[in-house]
Design a binder for this molecule. Structure first.
Ligand SMILES: *Cc1c(COP(=O)(O)O)cnc(C)c1O
Length: 375
């Protein structure tokens, strides 16, 4: 009998890892029966996450989308308001504005970091504009000082969607603590995970109280079953928080590994020059490299989707860059208005980036990518 062919290589774009206290803490939840949204891990996780982000308060939620919704409610966003968001983002950023009865107003990206272009902010402001929701896309912080400068001039709030940027730094300061509020996601493919989960980070006690009120069905803190507002059930469970606390204990190893993987990619792909636009790390930034995202240059004749299909054939999972919001039905504005975002969306590929990748994996991925692009 011939020996079986070796198992084909399978490299996932993201992969969570549970090598710390996850098992012990979750077991404690089960043994104590504190499995719902009361239990010691929730305030522990909130407290330690607030400390990690260098803010006073953190409010744990059932996912990153509800964290965004709550942060906007905390800022007082309501019907008739407008909130500026980058068109190139995950849909949850825009939807959270819509959930408030407000309208997301889009701006184009700047090509280097793929983030909201602060130069284009002014033109998007109207008398209804209430705030700016900046996104640290793929882990690179948005230019928060430039954004804050415009916001201050027009009396707008600023919220950071840091769902993809745990541990990233802007001028030496942690994301999530750079504006009026920050939000995070702990979905299974994020830098740390609680399965599903999210967090709002902020410094203002009054807004924090409002966010907690809306998170817990709107029930008044000192009066059971009294609901002064229509709230939501956006609570995190003790089990999620148990996972989150254990993941947070290991976050330095995760963030360092993401940067190490990025370094390996840069080494392997650097020599191809302008053919592939590699992620930029601005002098003022520490990139979290949630996903190492490259953009095919004009010199690459192959379509992006063909490159992705070719990579899939050799066992490498990748992700296309998001579609910009303005080309999809709920937010349709036609094509052409935001050309930078459209080009990044058509030509961008996120490569596998996670704590389980080895240098050998990255060499294999980079080699296959170069072959498919003819580089
Ligand atoms: C993942 C993500 C979210 C939403 O997080 P969920 O936990 O999946 O609800 C929001 N914004 C961005 C930019 C994201 O990548």
């Amino acid at each position: 009998m011939p020996s079986p062919a070796p198992a084909p290589r399978r490299i996932a774009v993201s992969a969570p890892q549970f090598q710390g206290n996850e098992w012990k803490y979750v077991q404690e939840c089960l043994e104590s029966t504190w499995v719902s949204s009361i239990g010691r891990f929730i305030p522990l996780f909130e407290g330690q996450f607030a400390a990690y982000c260098e803010v006073e308060y953190a409010v744990a939620t059932n996912n990153g989308t509800s964290a965004l919704h709550l942060a906007l409610l905390g800022m007082g966003v309501g019907p008739g308001d407008e909130v500026i968001v980058p068109t190139l983002t995950f849909v949850a950023t825009a939807n959270a504005v819509t959930y408030c009865g407000a309208k997301p107003v889009f701006v184009d990206s700047e090509p280097r970091t793929m983030n909201l272009d602060p130069v284009r902010l002014e033109a998007a402001i109207t008398t209804r504009t209430k705030g700016i929701l900046a996104v640290h896309l793929y882990g690179h912080p948005a230019d928060m000082d430039a954004i804050a400068e415009v916001a201050k001039r027009h009396g707008l709030f600023v919220v950071e969607d840091a769902a993809e940027a745990h541990g990233a730094l802007y001028k030496g300061r942690k994301v999530g603590g750079l504006a009026d509020a920050g939000t995070f996601s702990f979905f299974g493919n994020k830098i740390i995970t609680t399965g599903e989960g999210g967090m709002v980070t902020l410094r203002d006690a009054e807004r924090m109280a409002r966010i907690r009120l809306y998170r817990g069905q709107g029930m008044q803190q000192d009066r059971r079953y009294w609901f002064p507002v229509v709230g939501y059930n956006y609570r995190m469970t003790n089990i999620q928080a148990a996972l989150g606390l254990a993941q947070l204990e290991q976050i330095a190893r995760y963030t360092e590994h993401h940067r190490r993987v990025a370094g390996w990619y840069a080494e392997q792909l650097g020599p191809v020059g302008e053919a592939l636009r590699l992620p930029v790390e601005e002098a003022w930034a520490r990139h979290a490299y949630w996903l190492y995202t490259v953009v095919l240059g004009p010199g690459v004749a192959v379509e992006r989707d063909a490159v992705m299909a070719g990579l899939a054939e050799v066992g490498i999972e990748t992700r296309p860059v998001f579609y910009p919001m303005h080309v999809m039905e709920p937010y349709y504005e036609g094509r052409g208005r935001y050309p930078v975002a459209e080009r990044l969306s058509e030509r961008g590929i996120s490569l596998p980036t996670h704590v389980g990748l080895t240098e050998e994996d990255v060499r294999y991925i980079a080699g296959q990518l170069r072959r498919l692009c003819g580089l």
